[in-house]
Design a protein. Structure first.
Length: 250
């Protein structure tokens, strides 16, 4: 069931979204050579709790950390630990915060020091593929309009879309209906209605679309070992232009 949010609920989601976006920005500032992924996780968790919120991901379905941190060929759900970031890494950070009864959810891929032109292109295309989908997130359109726009942009630049994982509704629960695939056909799927709050999150591989899950039960990697990038915002469907709740977008 798709849950439409009231004006009061939307205001609470704006609060959660603003906090989550700030947590993502902090994580991005911490991505530097010599820093461990655990240090990033811990600093972001402290920030979220200082704001009297709770990390959405901690213990969610057993996930053991507050932030998903995925490096290079890791696509999503990387578990923070002792790994030391190196010059040239690309680091995907996915973070959620729960406050006032609602969740915010957003992600981005950050450069660690100086990275290759190819890696930067992957990051840029992944981010822009979100905004191509965002342009279609208007009342009266369908989920497939978002999905098709994301896919078309990413694939036009020679990259591949991950199909096993998708975006989703966001609200009182971190994952609500509907699912938001990053591939599909225009004019298909549920119709977009004002009051819907959804997370659109392209996951894009530099090489083939094939993936595999590591033995930790969480970390998802590219099958060919090539880099991947991730970009996500929680957005609100309105009677006009869509609104990014996890603004400022980065």
């Amino acid at each position: 069931m798709i849950i439409l949010k009231s004006t009061e609920e939307i205001n609470l989601m704006r609060r959660a979204g603003k906090l989550t976006a700030a947590a993502r920005a902090l994580a991005g500032e911490l991505v530097k050579p010599g820093v461990t992924t655990q240090e990033i996780n811990d600093e972001v968790e402290r920030f979220i709790r200082k704001e009297h919120a709770v990390p959405s991901f901690l213990h969610y379905q057993g996930y053991p950390a507050s932030v998903c941190i995925s490096v290079n060929d890791e696509i999503i759900h990387g578990i923070p630990g002792k790994r030391v970031l190196q010059e040239g890494d690309i680091v995907s950070v996915d973070v959620g915060a729960y406050i006032g009864g609602f969740h915010g959810d957003c992600a981005a891929t950050f450069a660690c020091g100086k990275i290759s032109a190819e890696a930067q292109d992957l990051i840029d295309v992944t981010r822009q593929s979100f905004f191509e989908g965002f342009k279609q997130a208007k009342e009266g359109n369908r989920i497939g309009d978002i999905s098709a726009a994301v896919q078309a942009y990413a694939e036009s630049h020679g990259f591949s879309i991950v199909r096993e994982y998708v975006g989703h509704g966001v609200g009182a629960d971190m994952h609500e209906s509907p699912e938001i695939p990053n591939y599909g056909h225009p004019g298909r799927g549920p119709r977009l209605l004002r009051g819907m709050t959804i997370a659109v999150e392209p996951m894009v591989n530099a090489g083939a679309a094939s993936i595999y899950q590591m033995s930790d039960g969480w970390t998802v990697r590219t099958a060919d070992g090539k880099n991947a990038a991730h970009y996500e915002n929680t957005i609100l469907i309105t009677d006009g232009e869509p609104e990014i709740l996890t603004a400022p977008a980065i």
